[in-house]
Write a new protein. Structure first.
Length: 181
């Protein structure tokens, strides 16, 4: 029997999802400790972090029945990640704190750690021990990696669509095959 649904499987195993969980959890730690209560930025950062994670979940899940919806939601997740990236940069700049350059040894070390460690609990506990400046720079690195990962996901989905088509085409082909056409 020909199957036409592209079931995504367990999204919690996807590295892009795991990174989104870290970003969400560390952002919650950061805004609770680094930002003054009552400012709008707290809600904005919380919602951007949540939106990134939740749109990945929904996009991966909806990809089973709609490539278009998957692309849209992963694009929204990417936009939310970029919004949050801007918030962390604003925090550092507005508080006259250092934004690590791409060549800074701390950035290089952070890139490696962020690339290899997807355990949210361990990451949050490690960030608890660091200054707000360091955590903001770590999150900038995480978010840049998230942006690249989402770009890669979007590209892969695009290539899959161009090669195999979408769900409607797969449904038609499966139906024709079942009927013997």
């Amino acid at each position: 029997m020909e199957h036409f649904l592209k079931v995504s499987g367990d999204y919690t195993r996807w590295n892009v999802y795991r990174k989104a969980v870290i970003i969400s959890d560390v952002t919650e730690l950061f805004i609770t400790r680094a930002l003054p209560r009552g400012i709008r930025t707290i809600d904005q950062m919380r919602q951007a972090a949540r939106s990134c994670k939740q749109n990945i979940v929904e996009g991966i899940t909806d990809g089973t029945v709609s490539t278009e919806m998957c692309l849209k939601l992963l694009g929204v997740a990417r936009g939310s990640a970029r919004e949050l990236l801007e918030d962390y940069g604003d925090f550092l700049r507005q508080n006259r704190l250092q934004i690590w350059s791409m060549m800074d040894p701390r950035t290089r070390q952070t890139r490696d750690i962020c690339r290899l460690d997807n355990d949210s609990f361990r990451f949050v506990e490690s960030c608890r021990l660091r200054s707000n400046e360091t955590v903001a720079n770590i999150m900038i690195t995480q978010l840049k990696q998230m942006d690249a990962m989402l770009a890669g996901c979007l590209k892969k989905i695009e290539e899959g669509f161009l090669e195999k088509g979408g769900v409607r085409e797969a449904m038609t082909a499966a139906r024709k095959k079942k009927r013997g056409f």
